[in-house]
Design a protein around this ligand. Structure first.
Ligand code: SAH
Length: 389
């Protein structure tokens, strides 16, 4: 028997990599790679023996050199509103979450890019869990594979999974190569066949990597802003110390200039009394207008307001509905295209910033957060916050 460890997991390869594997390792024609991609991504077949249009000899060769290893579902939870959450085992001790959110005429899968996150945004549940490691390409595209199989997705036919957002656990631009490769499989006709603009990468503002993304990929970009002044943004997104707003906006300008007609979505999580006051809306409107002017395009910057989603132990609260409306109106009055993202999957803790998974933390952050939580409330069992949602 061949040792499984030496086998190439085909989910780690995009079309180009798979063609190379077929040519160089197997000594086969490249088009064979295309057949295999279709079996894996269109028909959700992982056993080479079931790939009936491949000859027996090729099936045996594949069995000896390769495998299709998909993430194992540790737990899954449907919500009453159609949202569906998966906890996927990533190895012996780590697990990540992905969430499917159906909405009028479309279905969005929220995909994780890392086990935990190193950025420690103060209002994000994943941020309190510390960081373990980057996900492989197979582990990222595997989340789409699991969801597409569950939903009975058939590319190019009527399909339930129409959009992917890299907005789960982790900072995707800190796992650049694996994320870009996985996004290429998402958009490949032999993969999941999603249109470029239906794949969105969300970043907390890794400036140099925004430039690289602009050069190497062609997906929609979302930027987590949350405040339009540096002092407040640094409090919420510590990465702002390294890449302050002016540098971030300059990178966004370069991104949009490189791609005709592209726009950027600026995410702004509304937290009561923190960043939801009229003065904050005015600062944001000014920043957005300056952005549109700089790239000379109307609506180059769009704002997505996210009412804060609470999690155990957080000191933040969701803004009042009245303030959310007023904030949106203030931006709309200033000619800034502004949407409010309504929370789905509330009953299964599947909303933005609530994804937890299981992170074997390599930093000290999880322990520190739990200590703080325990001292805040003696009656609360700190272990309870660590349970997989
Ligand atoms: N690291 C990436 C992607 C992950 S988070 C990024 O920062 O963009 C996806 C979005 O959810 C981000 O805009 C993030 O700031 C937001 N978010 C995080 N925690 C949240 C919470 N508790 N409530 C609402 N939105 C939150």
């Amino acid at each position: 028997m061949t040792d499984a460890i030496t086998k190439q997991n085909l989910l780690d390869l995009d079309r180009e990599g798979l063609e190379r594997f077929f040519a160089d390792t197997l000594g086969e024609k490249r088009y064979r790679a295309h057949q295999v991609m279709k079996w894996i991504h269109h028909r959700h077949v992982t056993d080479f023996n079931d790939m009936t249009d491949l000859g027996k000899a090729l099936r045996e060769k594949l069995g000896a050199h390769a495998e299709v290893r998909v993430p194992q579902i540790q737990f899954e939870k449907p919500s009453t509103d159609g949202t569906h959450k998966w906890l996927l085992a990533m190895d012996g001790s780590n697990a990540i979450e992905s969430v499917f959110i159906p909405d009028k005429g479309r279905g969005t899968l929220c995909v994780s890019s890392q086990v935990g996150c190193g950025l420690a945004c103060t209002f994000c549940s994943t941020g309190t869990q510390g960081f373990n490691r980057n996900l492989s390409t197979a582990e990222i595209i595997g989340q789409v594979w699991v969801a597409a199989k569950h939903l009975g997705n058939v590319p190019h036919k009527q399909r339930k999974l129409t959009n992917v957002v890299m907005m789960g656990m982790g900072e995707p631009l800190l796992n650049f190569d694996n994320v870009v490769r996985a996004m290429s499989i998402m958009r490949d006709d032999l993969g999941f066949g999603l249109a470029n603009k239906r794949v969105t990468l969300s970043t907390a503002g890794m400036v140099p990597m925004i430039d690289r993304l602009g050069e190497e990929s062609d997906v929609s970009l979302a930027v987590s802003l949350h405040a339009a002044n540096d002092e407040l943004r640094t409090e919420l997104v510590p990465l702002n110390k390294k890449y302050p707003i002016a540098e971030l906006m300059a990178a966004c300008e370069r991104y949009v200039r490189r791609k005709p007609r592209a726009s950027i979505t600026f995410e702004y999580t509304l937290m009561k009394g923190v960043n939801d006051q009229p003065v904050h809306a005015r600062q944001l409107a000014k920043l957005m207008r300056a952005f549109d002017n700089a790239v000379q395009m109307k609506d180059a910057g769009k704002v997505n307001l996210i009412p804060f989603n609470p999690f155990p132990g957080t000191r933040f609260e969701r803004s009042d509905e009245h303030d959310i409306r007023a904030f949106q109106k203030s931006l709309l009055d200033a000619q800034v295209l502004t949407m409010v993202r309504r929370t789905r999957g509330d009953d299964i803790d599947a909303a933005c910033g609530q994804l937890k998974g299981q992170v074997m933390d390599r930093t000290r952050r999880q322990a520190e957060f739990r200590k703080r939580l325990a001292s805040q409330s003696q009656s609360q069992d700190p272990e309870a916050t660590d349970a997989a949602a």
